[in-house]
Design a protein around this ligand. Structure first.
Ligand code: NAP
Length: 257
């Protein structure tokens, strides 16, 4: 029997309220992470957002309510220093990940693509969890982010599929390892953010049309949809080690890409 089995955890009353809680969103200055930061803030949390650059509040007033931290999750030393500077907090959410297409193909002449993708997405998530863990307060949680590709392999996406699967299994492992800290993963479907901007606009419009037509939810996903799910995972005291799909039903229909 592990030591953690004897830990006595009081039974909390479920609530979506985050008043008095401190939330750190790595990747929270735009897109899905910003949706999570805004949802947590709306429920009363003090929110810190982290990414590789400071974003001007004059240009992005939506960030005015948040503390900003500069952090490259591929840099372990920087991650450790950032969480030491942040100090005690309640909930960690890691949405940061490499840009669309920055993952390499299996038969590339070398493995630089997959190495840098794994370094950022998998080891970056690992590093955030590792160096956040000592600072998480009782009742705290961690939430990671993957995508539907983690559950359904597709030609050309071996690096993404296997990395997302690894992140999801990391969250299950840490749900045991860090208990009673709760650790979960959100697996989004198509979320209409600037993530897709690297594609030609006509291609993005085509994808949007397919999502509206084929996904059972019959609409585009929003960062707010993921934010809503993240608040649920932060506040529900009995959910741990799970993968929560927020996908409009993407995995129930054929691949649209
Ligand atoms: N949007 C979708 O439909 C969708 C669906 C499934 C899965 N996903 C996954 O979700 C992730 C986030 O996507 P998104 O839609 O939120 O858009 P995004 O534009 O990819 O947002 C990524 C965020 O992470 C930060 N970031 C990137 N690399 C970082 C690093 N090394 N260290 C620290 N921060 C870093 C970026 O800010 P800085 O540039 O300032 O660092 C940005 O705030 C993606 O990696 C993708 O795999 C997205």
């Amino acid at each position: 029997m592990s030591n953690s089995a004897s830990v006595q955890v009081p039974t909390p009353t479920p609530s979506f309220d985050l008043t008095g809680k401190r939330v750190v969103v790595v990747g929270g200055k735009k897109a899905i992470g910003l949706g999570v930061a805004q949802a947590a803030h709306a429920m009363g949390a003090a929110v810190t957002v982290a990414s590789r650059r400071n974003t001007s509040v004059e240009e992005h007033p939506e960030l005015a309510a948040f503390e900003q931290v500069v952090l490259d999750i591929s840099d372990e030393t920087a991650v450790q220093a950032a969480f030491e500077a942040i100090g005690p907090f309640d909930h960690l959410i890691v949405t940061a990940g490499p840009a669309l297409g920055a993952w390499g193909s299996f038969m590339d002449p070398d493995m630089r693509g997959v190495r840098s993708y794994l370094e950022a997405k998998f080891l970056g998530t690992w590093a955030c969890a590792r160096y956040a863990a000592p600072h998480l307060q009782a009742g705290g949680s961690m939430t990671f982010l993957t995508g539907g590709t983690g559950a359904r392999a597709k030609l050309g996406l071996a690096a993404v599929t296997s990395t997302f699967a690894a992140v999801e299994l990391l969250s299950q492992s840490l749900a045991i390892e860090l208990a009673p800290i709760r650790v979960n993963t959100i697996r989004p479907g198509f979320i209409d953010t600037n993530f897709w901007e690297v594609l030609p606009p006509a291609d993005v419009e085509e994808i949007r049309a397919k999502v509206r037509a084929k996904f059972p939810a019959r609409r585009l996903g929003t960062a707010g949809d993921v934010g809503h799910a993240a608040v649920f995972l932060m506040t529900n005291p009995y959910v741990t080690g799970t993968v929560l799909e927020v996908s409009g039903g993407e995995l129930l229909v054929d691949w649209i890409f």
